[in-house]
Design a protein around this ligand. Structure first.
Ligand SMILES: *Cc1c(COP(=O)(O)O)cnc(C)c1O
Length: 369
């Protein structure tokens, strides 16, 4: 028997989340599913059947784009960081990829092209996040330069929000970038691509975007937790990390659990030893008290997480035994939910990082039921 740990990918929940995104966007907007980082750790091949009603896919790695083409995807694919080398242009031609242009280097590679191919590019403005893109004046110059090139078929205006999940300096977090963006492109024709999940859910009426780049919401994590939970946005978990109890210990007052004796019992406790550790992607930093489901009932992590195991409090869980189901995040087989956002918050991180961090030794299964 393999170790009991599994990551379950919930086909219908992914479809449901895509439908929520579809319902939220304007009917003439295109919905691009962001599947970078191997579909936020879910596996491109695992999510593809659920997301193939999207209008396009967005990601960073050409290898991942090729995997989508091999699955039969013929519609749009956008490379969010564009070309990493000049040779990538050949791959974009061969696999019919749209790509971002965010730097002078990329602009030079594209300008130097002299073959017969036509490119649809997304020109990225640095509207304040100061990560990728051209600042306003350089943006306008780049736009004019590109629009004169015979091999450029279309230029979509693109930017990325730094604070769409909340506020910035006492103002709504999208305002400072939106104002600048609108000002810079006001005399430049072309479609726009702005919204990520947070902008899509929180600003559906004031941020309009021809190409929506939806990531995290599709996987069932809230982009602005704890202001809104996944349930508030009607999202369902795309992934469940499930395993089992492999040993049970009964401990008394002043007994400790795990490395460093980080947890000292105050009274009698029944402890379950769980087949999941930081080598599976459960964060070592997660403190005692982080919620866990056993047999669909909520309980909590006890003591330090080790490489292959962690301990859970079973004192008040009836019928817990060797082989009982443990859910680290997601959904139990009886339907109880434990939001990845809640687990992430306890560990000072985001659902994004937890879902991307499930390691290669964990087998993935698709739940189509
Ligand atoms: C990752 C990414 C997105 C998706 O963001 P979510 O918050 O997951 O919706 C959108 N646009 C760009 C440029 C990205 O890198």
């Amino acid at each position: 028997m393999p170790r009991p740990i599994q990551a379950i990918i919930h086909h219908h929940s992914l479809q449901h989340n895509l439908a929520i995104a579809r319902k939220t966007i304007a009917s003439d907007s295109q919905l691009f599913a962001v599947v970078k980082a191997n579909a936020y750790g879910h596996g491109i091949e695992n999510v593809y059947p659920a997301f193939k009603t999207a209008d396009g896919f967005a990601l960073l790695d050409i290898d991942e784009a090729i995997r989508l083409r091999e699955l039969g995807w013929e519609k749009d694919i956008l490379l969010l960081e564009g070309l990493f080398t000049e040779d990538d242009l050949v791959q974009c031609i061969n696999h019919n990829l749209k790509f971002t242009v965010h730097s002078d280097h990329q602009l030079a590679w594209l300008t130097a092209y002299s073959g017969p191919a036509q490119f649809n590019i997304f020109l990225k403005m640095n509207s304040g996040m100061n990560r990728l893109g051209f600042k306003p004046k350089a943006y306008q110059e780049a736009w004019h330069a590109l629009s004169k090139l015979p091999h450029i078929q279309s230029i979509t205006h693109m930017m990325h929000f730094s604070d769409a999940d909340g506020e910035r300096l006492g103002q709504d977090g999208t305002t400072y970038q939106m104002n600048l963006f609108q000002e810079v492109i006001k005399d430049l024709p072309g479609k726009c691509s702005l919204s990520n999940s947070a902008a899509l859910l929180r600003h559906q009426h004031d941020v309009t975007s021809d190409y929506i780049r939806a990531g995290i919401l599709l996987y069932g994590s809230s982009p602005d937790y704890p202001k809104h939970s996944a349930k508030d946005w009607q999202l369902k978990p795309g992934m469940s990390l499930r395993t089992e109890i492999i040993a049970i210990q009964e401990i008394q007052e002043n007994d400790s659990v795990g490395y460093g004796s980080q947890y000292i019992a105050k009274e009698f406790m029944k402890i379950g030893v769980v087949a999941c550790g930081y080598a599976d992607g459960y964060q070592r930093i997660s403190p005692s008290g982080t919620p866990i489901l056993v047999n669909g009932k909520r309980t909590q992590l006890i003591g330090r997480v080790s490489m292959d195991m962690l301990a859970v409090d079973l004192t008040h869980i009836e019928n817990a035994d060797i082989g009982s189901e443990v859910v680290l995040w997601g959904q139990s087989s009886c339907g109880a939910l434990l939001s990845i956002d809640e687990v992430a918050e306890k560990s000072n991180t985001l659902g994004y990082e937890l879902m991307c961090g499930v390691t290669a030794r964990v087998p993935f299964y698709i739940d189509k039921a």
